[in-house]
Design a binder for this molecule. Structure first.
Ligand code: NAP
Length: 292
């Protein structure tokens, strides 16, 4: 069994990006600049944005964190997005989700300039991805592709089962694994909460990508020998014995499933760090495109 070490690979990617930034600096050009908008400070959002900003610093990007209160109106947020769209200093930006209930998330994502949409959530970029055109691939699916690529995990002709159909992970992943090329050329089954007999489906899978957010959902008896496991889930489970008052777990019963797997991502240290590295990669791409 091989661990798909997202921590290591994401560090490699960050080092590669740092080299690119050094070349940009040597040419006396402007370094990439990522902005992150965060509305309110609920849940893990602030932690996630904090790690994204720190990652920018590490590779030599400029970063700006835009903090807005929990009571921000939709109009105020849309005005801020317009400002970022028009700010030539900023190459790309993200709006951290989830947003408070008074704000229509889809409307906000539609307002982001597709050329600065480094999360790849704008319908234009999502459409381009579905049509195999060059675009910003959402960071988590992009990170999974990169892990499969760097470990040369065979995907051609394999049966890939995806659990969860969210717009940010499951749905794009189903498109990417089924497209022509590597990683890809898989036969894909996309499952969700209405799927019947999910064990029957997962037990036929060569590759399982789990993104549902239910701790230890995927058990050893649900998978076949030599399966490849990508665990996207991140759930905070309350635990008073931990300093932070919780521990992080994935969707997969790692201890038992890993005994049957050929490759598996750990949680933490698998897909999570890859997501941040690929956001940086998209920002570098945005800078290259926008400076043409
Ligand atoms: P989400 O929007 O929370 O949706 C969950 C999906 O799982 C839905 O499609 C839902 O089906 C499906 N589902 C729920 N219960 C199920 C069940 N019992 N059997 C089969 N499918 C079921 O998903 P998300 O935003 O993609 O997040 C999923 C997990 O990944 C979370 O733990 C999240 O924290 C984590 N995540 C991690 C990263 C990372 O960087 N590692 C990035 C993003 C998300 P329906 O559509 O029918 O409701």
């Amino acid at each position: 069994m091989t661990i798909l070490d997202g921590k290591k690979i994401s560090n490699d990617i960050k080092n590669e990006i740092t080299e690119e930034v050094n070349k940009i600096k040597e040419r006396g050009e402007k370094v990439p600049h990522l902005a992150a908008v965060i509305v309110g400070n609920g849940g893990a959002s602030l932690t996630y944005v904090g790690s994204k900003v720190r990652a920018c610093e590490r590779v030599g990007f400029k970063s700006t964190m835009v903090r807005m209160s929990n009571t921000t109106s939709e109009v105020e947020l849309l005005d801020k997005i317009e400002e970022l769209n028009n700010n030539d200093e900023i190459d790309g930006f993200i709006v951290q989700l989830p947003l408070p209930p008074q704000i229509d998330t889809q409307k906000v994502l539609m307002a982001v300039d597709p050329n600065k949409d480094v999360d790849g959530f704008h319908p234009m970029n999502f459409g381009k991805m579905a049509l195999d055109m060059s675009t910003f691939i959402p960071a988590t699916p992009f990170g999974i592709l990169e892990l499969l690529d760097r470990y040369q995990v065979e995907t051609d002709g394999k049966h890939t089962v995806i659990i969860g159909r969210s717009h940010i992970v499951g749905r794009p992943m189903s498109i990417l694994m089924g497209r022509k090329g590597f990683p890809g050329n898989s036969t894909v089954t996309l499952t969700h909460s209405h799927t019947k007999n999910i064990t029957q489906i997962t037990s036929q899978a060569d590759i399982i990508i789990s993104a549902l957010g239910v701790p230890k959902f995927l058990k050893a008896e649900m998978v076949k020998d030599d399966v490849v496991i990508i665990d996207v889930g991140i759930t905070r489970v309350p635990d008073e014995t931990k300093e932070k008052g919780y521990y992080i777990t994935g969707d997969v019963d790692f201890e038992n499933v890993s005994k049957k797997a050929s490759y598996i991502t750990p949680v933490p240290g698998g897909v999570g760090p890859m997501t941040i590295a690929m956001l940086l990669k998209n920002t570098l791409l945005a800078r290259e495109r926008n400076s043409l």
